[in-house]
Design a protein around this ligand. Structure first.
Ligand SMILES: CCCCCCCCC/C=C/C(=O)SCCNC(=O)CCNC(=O)[C@H](O)C(C)(C)COP(=O)(O)OP(=O)(O)OC[C@H]1O[C@@H](n2cnc3c(N)ncnc32)[C@H](O)[C@@H]1OP(=O)(O)O
Length: 285
C-alpha cells in the first residue's frame, strides 16, 4: 500500500476536503494527496520545498500517485503545490549537472514515464497553478486537461534561454495546447509568459484571485464530465492523444540516448553550471 489515510486539517482552509492521503513512498513526503469526500476529486500537491524541483524521487512519486489514483478509480485530479509562490521550478538541474550517467538514465526514464502517466491518464486532470511554472512545471501543467492560474506568476518553456533544446517529451503537451506558430516562437524565444499573457494566448484557461477560487474553478471543470460515461471519456482522451503517446513509447530508447548524449556534452555541462551559479547568485545582487 502506497498511501495511508488520515483525517487532518487541509492546507486549503474553507474547502471541503476531508481526507488526506499521505505518500509513504518516500521518507521525504514529497507529495500530499487529499480527497474531497463530496466530489470524489483528489488534490495532488507537490511538496518539495523550497521550489518543487523535479528530482528523481518527486518524479517517481508523481507517477506512482497517478497510477494509484487510476487503480482507485478516482473521478478527477487537481494538481497543485503546497508552496505560496511556486507550482514547480521545473527539472532539478542538479540532476543534469556533472551527473552519474546511470542515475541520469534513470532520471530521464522516470521523466518519460511520468509524462506518459499524466499526459495519458484515464482520470480527468486540472492544474491549479498557484505559482511560477517554468519548463518542467509547464510540462506538468500542460499534461493536464485544464489550467487555472493565480495572477502575477510566470509559465512557459524557457530552456532555450539557458542553452538547452527542449526534447519532444517537453514540447508535445505545450504544442497540444497552443496554436502552432505561437508555440514555435515561444519555444525559440525561451519565453516565460505572465499569468495574464498566458490567458490571452490560451496557455491557461482561467485566472483565479486566490487558491480557493482556483480550486473551485478546477472542480467546476472536472464536474463537466459528471454526466459523461467515464470509459468513453477516458478512451476518447487517450485516443486523441494516442499518436503522441505511441511516438514516445516507441521512441523511448532513442529519446533517452539523445538526452544523455546531449546533456553530457562539455558545452552543455558548462551552460548548466553557469545557470546553476546564476540562480544561486540571483538574490545576492
Ligand atoms: C535532444 C535532447 C535534449 C535534452 C536537453 C535537456 C532539456 C531538459 C528540459 C529541461 C527542463 C527544465 O525544467 S530545466 C529547469 C528550468 N527551470 C528554471 O529555469 C527555473 C529557475 N528558477 C527560477 O526561476 C526561480 O528559482 C523560481 C522557480 C521562479 C523560484 O524563485 P524563488 O525566488 O522562489 O526561489 P530561488 O531562491 O530562486 O530558488 C530556491 C533555490 O532553488 C535553486 N533552484 C531554482 N531553480 C532551480 C533548478 N531548476 N534547478 C536547480 N536548482 C534550482 C536556487 O538556486 C535556490 O537554491 P540556493 O541557490 O541554494 O539558495
Amino acid at each position: 500500500m502506497f498511501f495511508q489515510i488520515t483525517k487532518a486539517a487541509t492546507p486549503l482552509t474553507g474547502c471541503r476536503r476531508q481526507l488526506i492521503l499521505r505518500s509513504l513512498s518516500s521518507s521525504t513526503n514529497n507529495i500530499q494527496i487529499e480527497v474531497d469526500n463530496k466530489t470524489g476529486f483528489a488534490t495532488v500537491s507537490m511538496n518539495r520545498p523550497p521550489v518543487n524541483l523535479l528530482n528523481l524521487e518527486l518524479i517517481n512519486s508523481l507517477t506512482r500517485s497517478m497510477k494509484e489514483m487510476e487503480q482507485n478509480k478516482s473521478r478527477g485530479i487537481i494538481l497543485t503545490s503546497t508552496s505560496n509562490s511556486v507550482f514547480s521550478g521545473g527539472l532539478d538541474i542538479k540532476e543534469l549537472y556533472r551527473p552519474d550517467v546511470q542515475r541520469l538514465r534513470e532520471f530521464w526514464t522516470a521523466f518519460q514515464d511520468m509524462w506518459l502517466a499524466w499526459y495519458g491518464s484515464a482520470v480527468p486532470t486540472a492544474a491549479l497553478i498557484n505559482g511560477h511554472s517554468p519548463a518542467g512545471g509547464c510540462v506538468l501543467a500542460t499534461c493536464c486537461e485544464y489550467r487555472v492560474m493565480l495572477p502575477k506568476f510566470t509559465i512557459g518553456l524557457n530552456e532555450a534561454k539557458f542553452g538547452l533544446v527542449p526534447p519532444p517529451v517537453v514540447r508535445i503537451s505545450f504544442k497540444n495546447v497552443l496554436p502552432l506558430r505561437i508555440a514555435e516562437l515561444a519555444l525559440c524565444q525561451g519565453k516565460l509568459f505572465t499569468s495574464n499573457d498566458a490567458l490571452n494566448i490560451g496557455l491557461i484557461d482561467e485566472l483565479a484571485k486566490t487558491k480557493e477560487e482556483g480550486y473551485e474553478k478546477c472542480v467546476k471543470f472536472l464536474q463537466t464530465f459528471r454526466k459523461v460515461d467515464p470509459v468513453a471519456r477516458s478512451l476518447t482522451k487517450q485516443q486523441f492523444r494516442g499518436k503522441d503517446l505511441d511516438d514516445l513509447r516507441k521512441g523511448k530508447q532513442k529519446d533517452l540516448n539523445d538526452f544523455v548524449e546531449h546533456v553530457t556534452q562539455d558545452d552543455i555541462q558548462m551552460r548548466l553550471g553557469l545557470y546553476l551559479e546564476q540562480l544561486h547568485n540571483r538574490k545576492k545582487k
